[in-house]
Design a protein around this ligand. Sequence first.
Ligand SMILES: Nc1nc2c(ncn2[C@@H]2O[C@H](COP(=O)(O)OP(=O)(O)OP(=O)(O)O)[C@@H](O)[C@H]2O)c(=O)[nH]1
Length: 379
Amino acid sequence: MFDGLKDKLSSFREDAADEVEENAEPVDAETAADTEAAADADATADDGPTGDPVEAEQPAASTADGAPSTEPADGEPADGDDAGPGRLKRAAAFATGKVIIEEEDLEGPLQDLELALLSSDVEMSVADRILDTVREKMIGETRAQVQTTDQLVTEALHDALLDVIGVGQFDFEERIAEADKPVTIVFTGVNGVGKTTTIAKLSEWLDERGYSSVLANGDTYRAGANEQIREHAEALDRKLIAHDQGGDPAAVIYDGVEYAEANDVDVVLGDTAGRLHTSNDLMAQLEKIDRVVDPDMTLFVDEAVAGQDAVKRAQEFDDAAAVDGSVLTKADADSSGGAAISIAYVTGKPILFLGVGQGYDDLRLFDPEELVDELLGEQ
Ligand SMILES: Nc1nc2c(ncn2[C@@H]2O[C@H](COP(=O)(O)OP(=O)(O)OP(=O)(O)O)[C@@H](O)[C@H]2O)c(=O)[nH]1
């Protein structure tokens, strides 16, 4: 799952850590004393040369253009542009085994990270946000000896990813536990993305946690839809409420709610016909289901592999019938991870589950922290 993205994030970590490490060679004690003294002197001087008389062993700090920008080895004052309090503070930090990370250290790796995210189908505003957070977390940071550069880069990336992936997250199980029963959940999305299979998986997931459920087939549009969901209902031994093809989907789900009330069933799982967000009459039908049934939750289902298309569709469906969260199916077949990273940030609604295979057990409750750890190889 998301292997391509994991590789790209790992490359960024290595490159960024290397860049910073290159600038963090140790400085001997004598140089450290000189450097700190020069920094102090510089801080009190009105003007004049700000160069610090450091020696040949001074570590190489790179500039924006990648060229070494160390103070001259012959002890001559450095050029004004290269010197300054910030620079001296940095040199002093080297001497104590620390390094202060400057923007130019990260410029190359950050550009590569941006390309990597965009080529992984991460939405542009999400990639920008991730880069901003990494910059904010790293630049000006002091990497002490106790902390490796890789740790510092990893922490920044961890926070940046969590910031976008975790948007709007709520505890689904708690919501089910605390809601008045029956809880009605309606599933929306385009054709063939795995809605019906997801309903069956969620019914199983609920059963494992002690909640009963009834399936209601609001897909009265597609021939064969009743048979398809009936197969799942029979395999799982669940009650299915279905009407003839062409019937009113809102009426089917409504009947599902009545059945649940009469039979003490905890959750109603309402399927709907797959539809394109551009088909106005079908989108209007969704609005009607929303009005008539007033579901406790509407979940948008799409394929992780659809990348930015899934993100765009989520927005369109959310406009027609406000969604509470998304389920990304076929995550097991997705290498890029773009939809998983982008969809919550763009829609403001959390991912609640990942579909990770075709079996009834292949539904994973979404945990942003867990995904970020997985992406960064920390699990
Ligand atoms: N690998 C993988 N396949 C999945 C997953 N979820 C669903 N599928 C498969 O995707 C195909 C389509 O799933 P359906 O549940 O029929 O899709 P749907 O959205 O209900 O389709 P319509 O009823 O046509 O709208 C089936 O072959 C499922 O087994 C998943 O998480 N991983």
